[in-house]
Ligand binder design. Structure first.
Ligand code: ADP
Length: 485
């Protein structure tokens, strides 16, 4: 099958969160399945290129209309294993310090940037002569690709057999723009209807992807249900999702088990597996305590956080619960995002330097050290489409402390029996529940046999992409067959 993946980020080229991990991992697993040819399209942001990958310019250029102007697209290419990666270039749109935003907020021309990218994906495919059986798009940034296929490119014979599958990685980010954006994108007013592009008088790229793709997926079964039936999860799109319910599937994400492997991880103090985690994790914990100038104690729970600092993640709730646990736990927090929370954590760490270490920023290597060194991994998310961090934490033997929502509910088991548990879970992201569950973790930490049973359960879990990638490929086939009718 010829698969074209269109996305705004993919690890290892660039990543702001789980979306990048998911796209990179899917591209690789699809390409390894027999009979597949995989091409990945993404924008070439300022920091892409150099390092381990030497990009080659693809000769020539093509033009993309955006509103009244015409923009030039060039491309560069790198072969990444069996995946052929094409980067769409345009310095006006992509040669900037950030991916979606600068310090002051989202880029004001994000509508144009992803009109340009989405259309350039289709023109780029034609340019290189790659006629996809299926185009797999991710999130609002590529929602217009499916919309183009069903409107402006409907009569383009190059794509007459191409099906589209749209994956919702996080419905909280929808790409909502005023109705004038319709014209910038080149659509016409007859397409500005509630069953296509119109959303409360404006254009919503996520809605466009949901309404106009052949099939829609999201990243966990529980989230698939939450976003259809509960407004606080669907964020205004629950009706749209229910309209497509027959074509909407929840497929749980996996993690890249080569990148996230405590046995071979070169960032961490000492490698370990499920048989040797006691000594391995102890060495990693001591090293991180030392690096962060925390008290080098074996007996205190070390709680690790690696996260975007966003309302979604509920870390403001953790912040409120922290003081109660200051004498019983240590915290190493790595996060980037909300300035108020950044300042609050930084101040608290300054006031308690032996108990709390906070690092503001995005740091891949430090993240690995935290997963390996920590005993627990709090993730009190208000909603969580899938969540990768809890799976990474479990693979590294750090017990996640989560809310029973979305993918957290689908991956973390917490019962009264340690033998059936691989972490801790509460029903709602609330301070009192979090305090109670953290209190339980503290007392269980004293019962090492039970604790270690849970760690072994966590480490032995299957977080691979094996089953999920097969599910995607089955859906691609269904979408393709449907398209041929
Ligand atoms: P989300 O996509 O909502 O940010 P996920 O749990 O799905 O959350 O994925 C988060 C991914 O991003 C994980 O690989 C995690 O390790 C990584 N990550 C998040 N914040 C940081 C950070 N500040 N530094 C390094 N890696 C981070």
């Amino acid at each position: 099958m010829k698969i074209l993946i269109a996305a705004s980020e993919a690890f290892p080229f660039c990543k702001t969160g789980g979306l990048g991990d998911v796209v990179g991992a899917l591209a690789q697993v699809f390409s390894r399945a027999e009979g597949n040819e995989v091409v990945l399209f993404m924008p070439r942001y300022r920091n892409i290129g150099g390092g381990a990958f030497s990009l080659k310019a693809v000769g020539g250029s093509f033009l993309i209309p955006v509103g009244n102007s015409v923009e030039t697209a060039t491309m560069s290419h790198v072969q990444w294993g069996k995946v052929s990666v094409y980067f769409i270039e345009n310095s006006k749109y992509f040669d900037r310090p950030g991916i979606y935003r600068a310090n002051f907020g989202d880029y004001e021309d994000n509508d144009e940037r992803f009109i340009f990218f989405s259309r350039a994906v289709l023109e780029g495919a034609k340019f290189i002569g790659f006629k996809p059986d299926v185009i797999h798009c991710h999130d609002w940034q590529t929602g217009l690709v499916s919309a183009y296929l069903k409107t402006l490119y409907r009569i383009d014979s190059f794509f007459s057999k191409t099906a589209s599958v749209f994956t919702i990685n996080n419905i909280a980010y929808q790409g909502m723009f005023p109705k004038e954006t319709l014209l910038k994108a080149g659509f016409s007013w007859p397409d500005f209807t509630p069953d296509k592009l119109e959303f409360y008088g404006g254009l919503n790229y996520m809605k466009a992807g949901i309404m106009l793709s052949d099939l829609v997926t999201t990243v966990s079964p529980t989230y698939a249900s939450e976003i259809q039936f509960r407004p606080e999860f669907g964020k205004g799109l629950e009706g749209v999702l229910r309209y497509r319910t027959a074509d909407l599937f929840g497929i749980l994400n996996g993690i890249d088990e080569e990148i996230w492997d405590p046995a071979t991880d070169t960032f961490i103090e000492r490698g370990y597996d499920v048989k040797s985690f006691l000594r391995g994790k102890a060495a990693c914990k001591k090293a991180l305590q030392h690096e962060c100038a925390l008290e080098e104690s074996k007996d205190k729970i070390l709680a690790g956080v690696v996260s975007r600092l966003d309302h979604q993640k509920g870390l403001d709730i953790l912040f409120k619960a922290l003081p109660e646990f200051m004498n019983k736990m240590q915290f190493v927090i790595l996060g980037v995002g909300d300035p108020a929370l950044t300042e609050a954590f930084a101040e608290m760490a300054k006031a308690h330097p032996r108990q709390i270490f906070f690092k503001a920023g995005f740091d891949e290597g430090f993240a690995h050290k935290i997963y390996a060194a920590s005993d627990i991994f709090p993730m009190p998310s208000r909603f969580e489409p899938c969540g990768l961090s809890q799976m990474i934490a479990m693979r590294y033997g750090s017990l996640p402390v989560v809310t029973r929502t979305g993918g957290l509910k689908d991956t973390v088991n917490y019962t009264s029996e340690p033998k059936d548990s691989n972490g801790f879970a509460m029903d709602n992201a609330e301070e009192t529940q979090l305090k109670s569950i953290l209190g339980h973790a503290v007392s269980l930490f004293g019962w090492r046999e039970n604790w270690n049973t849970m760690v072994r359960n966590a480490m032995k879990g299957d977080y691979s992409w094996t089953k999920s990638s097969q599910d995607y490929l089955k859906l691609f086939n269904i979408a393709y067959q449907k398209k041929q009718l």
